[in-house]
Design a protein around this ligand. Structure first.
Ligand code: F0G
Length: 475
């Protein structure tokens, strides 16, 4: 198990600072420095706190009182409501559009599908955020930091949701211009339409997300544009609050499992940091187990963790294992490919932080096929909560872990539904279609052979009698 104290002690001038993740480096930077990498060794950065010099809650239950102050912008936000647990910005400087008003839903219909005792499965529906995905949790934090340091332009590479979120914050606040980098043909229309309508400068690169991610880092450095991808440590501070809300909804009881889709691995990294800090602050006595679920067509974490035994290793993971694997991908010209386009990522930028989260939370990693993802998605939908394909990876992963006996029948499980159903209607409509050619065109190439939970429209003649007959037959 990892604790923050394991990191090399640093001379602290400020109670809040940025610190290199590499424990053999441990370089620190002020909170108002803009960087996404350590200037000494190039590793990722963490936002770090000297909690002893900050006002922290004595008990988590004390945070519930913040609801009664929701007329204040700080407490209205489901992120900033927990400001004491991410206190990097002065309270009067935070930016909010009312993100994080999301719900933990007990989902008995889906629990049957997953194979859990009724009452034990919960879905944390982050699709209810203003831009329709969990990204707003992190974006309000990064955006706040960007504004604190006087940024006028902000950029990201995106499979769609990050760009929709950034574009929205820029449009609502009119404080910055959004510049988004997307891969060609890789972004769902729902997400693209948001970025376009919110006025983002949209740069379509002849490549995939991994290419866009590499280019945006180079270009934002060159042009001095503020980068809001999850390599930005402030993003992850906001995403910690998804876990705070889960705990709050469970009356501060820690569940047995948190199951989350893994793409760029920002969420899993943030969740691990949240639990690490809550434990360090003595606010929880145990941490949940974490399951990170890859799509089979974008399974870097699964390969590295399960086949090549890459571990946090007390802060010294053998990252060369990842470099060798990326070389292999290049040699074999392997590109990520999954219907869950949001997690179609082969080079997750937060890999190292995710390893730490897996260590903190005694985590497991699994991959699920596009077939399993779409079946799980259809079941989530049939239970009344729509989600996009990537989100359903969490439910498909929970089902798999249940079948493998890793998750027990009685375990209390929280699956994170990361994005709204309407983000990617193409996959949904293709799954439920009666048109076999459409099914083949969208899903066939991805190894999806059946739609076991399809709810197909019925075609009827334009005739009252025939319509009544059909309704009576099918209802
Ligand atoms: N689910 C959805 C709906 C997403 O949009 C993403 C990431 C993930 C899961 C993966 O989360 O990166 O924290 O592991 N979407 C990014 C984007 C990459 O550009 O919108 P992660």
């Amino acid at each position: 198990m990892t604790t923050i104290a394991e990191s090399r002690p640093v001379a602290l001038k400020e109670a809040v600072y940025q610190r290199c993740l590499n424990i053999d480096c441990g370089a620190t930077y002020g909170v108002s420095e803009v960087r996404v990498k350590c200037g000494v060794c190039g590793d990722l950065l963490d936002v770090a706190y000297d909690w002893s010099r900050l006002p922290t809650p004595k008990r988590l239950v004390d945070l519930e009182g913040m609801w009664s102050k929701r007329h204040e912008p700080l407490r209205f936000s489901g992120v900033w409501r927990f400001h004491e647990l991410l206190p990097f910005a002065p309270a009067n400087r935070v930016i909010t559009v009312g993100e994080g008003q999301t719900l933990l839903q007990q989902a008995d219909f889906v629990s049957r599908y997953v194979g859990l005792r009724p009452g034990q499965l919960y879905l944390q529906y982050e699709g209810m955020n203003p831009s329709g995905s969990f990204k707003d949790n992190g974006m309000c934090a990064a955006f706040t930091h960007a504004h604190m340091v006087g940024a006028k332009r902000a950029a990201c590479a995106s499979t769609g949701n990050t760009s929709a979120s950034l574009a929205m914050y820029c449009a609502v606040t009119q404080l910055m211009k959004a510049i988004i980098f997307i891969g060609t043909g890789k972004i769902s229309y729902g997400k693209l339409s948001q970025a376009l309508e919110y006025g983002a400068l949209t740069v379509q690169i002849a490549g995939d997300f991994d290419d866009a991610m590499a280019r945006v880092q180079e270009i934002s450095k060159e042009l001095g544009i503020y980068l809001v991808n999850s390599v930005n440590p402030f993003r992850l501070e906001g995403q910690k609050t998804v876990m705070f809300r889960v705990l709050e909804a469970l009356r501060w009881e820690v569940p047995d499992w948190i199951v989350v889709p893994g793409g760029n691995l920002g969420n899993s990294s943030a969740f691990g940091k949240a639990f690490m800090e809550l434990k360090e602050l003595g606010l929880i006595s145990r941490v949940p187990r974490l399951a990170v679920i890859n799509a089979a067509g974008a399974d870097t974490l699964d390969v590295l963790f399960n086949q090549r035994n890459l571990r946090w290793n007390r802060g010294r993971p053998r990252m060369e294992t990842a470099c060798w694997y990326y070389d292999e991908l290049d040699r074999n010209k392997t590109k990520a490919d999954t219907i869950a386009s949001a997690i179609e990522i082969n080079r997750p930028v937060n890999l190292k932080k995710c390893l730490r989260a897996l260590d903190v939370c005694d985590g497991v990693v699994r991959k699920v096929s596009d077939q399993e993802i779409l079946d799980a998605k259809a079941q989530v939908g049939a239970g009344g909560i729509g989600c996009e394909p990537a989100s359903a990876a969490s439910v498909a992963g929970a089902k798999l872990l249940r079948q493998q006996g890793v998750i027990g029948y009685e375990d209390r499980v929280v699956c994170i539904l990361t994005g709204h159903q309407l983000k990617d209607p193409t996959a949904t409509v293709a799954y439920h279609t009666t048109d076999q050619d459409k099914f083949e065109e969208v899903l066939g190439s991805r190894g999806v052979t059946r739609a076991s939970y399809a709810n197909r429209a019925i075609a009827v003649p334009n005739n009252v009698e025939a319509i009544i007959k059909a309704i009576q037959l099918y209802s």
